[in-house]
Design a protein around this ligand. Sequence first.
Ligand SMILES: C[S@@+](CC[C@H](N)C(=O)[O-])C[C@H]1O[C@@H](n2cnc3c(N)ncnc32)[C@H](O)[C@@H]1O
Ligand SMILES: Nc1nc2[nH]cc(C(=O)O)c2c(=O)[nH]1
Ligand code: SF4
Ligand SMILES: [Mg+2]
Length: 258
Amino acid sequence: MPVASDVEEPTTDADAAGEGLPINEVFYSLQGEGTLAGVPSVFVRTSGCNLRCWFCDSYHTSWEPTGAWRDVDSIVEEVQSHEQANHIVLTGGEPLIHEESVELLERLAAEGYHTTVETNGTIYRDAPIDLASISPKLASSTPTSERDPKGEGEWEEKHEQNRIDMDALSQMVDAYETQLKFVVTDESDLPEITDLVDRVREATATTVADDDVLLMPEGMTREQLDGTRSEVAELAMEYGYRYTPRLHVDLWNDAPGT
Ligand SMILES: C[S@@+](CC[C@H](N)C(=O)[O-])C[C@H]1O[C@@H](n2cnc3c(N)ncnc32)[C@H](O)[C@@H]1O
Ligand SMILES: Nc1nc2[nH]cc(C(=O)O)c2c(=O)[nH]1
Ligand code: SF4
Ligand SMILES: [Mg+2]
């Protein structure tokens, strides 16, 4: 597959020319995360991200973005080949860095699919999104030099500056049915989560209920989740937020295409 090395920013030449989307993978699985966990879904994973979480489980869309540029027609065709699915999950990387994601979502909505967009909440786009699955990034996601999977903390400052955009986040919460899905590393993340939820509530006209706030244990393998899931479940009960498993990891560990 060609390496899409120029997909970090929202406006690449290819985006501007409407030449499609850099696609890392398309696969059929069960939604593993959030309020729709367990629902058979086709996943469309774009390549390229504006952040660099140290724990990113999709390394080849962020730290080393890889993918093939594909036109929207061919993506829709592949989605339709999975005849059992009514739900589509557009993810990445960060799918909303790409303007062409809007056209893809319009095409999928016109075909009658339910669309979920997995997003870090830093970029707002007007599109037919049935569920905005927003995962705002906490300070514990920042790739400090000790945690950088690739270099020596070159992304630390940029990630820290860009990980929260309250305007984009509030606009998205007001526009779409939303879940706020936080990756929790340990209990030290909770004060930042409660503070961020308060700020979102102040900035939006929408009611954000406690069970729209999801705590998801950090971990891309079963072994890593063994170290986080019980504590995160206890924290969900303590704070009155919703716990979400990572069902796909429990079922298939870190197998590709799941
Ligand atoms: C790879 S991201 C792509 C979408 C978007 N960039 C985002 O971060 O929401 C998909 C989901 O996986 C979560 N995620 C990534 N790495 C993770 C990890 N190591 N443990 C738990 N969740 C993780 C993200 O927070 C997000 O909810
Ligand atoms: N099964 C499964 N469910 C998921 N939900 C969100 C995912 C993602 O990477 O965005 C994901 C994923 O990668 N696999
Ligand atoms: S925002 Fe999402 S895709 Fe980007 S680095 Fe973080 S988890 Fe990975
Ligand atoms: Mg995933």
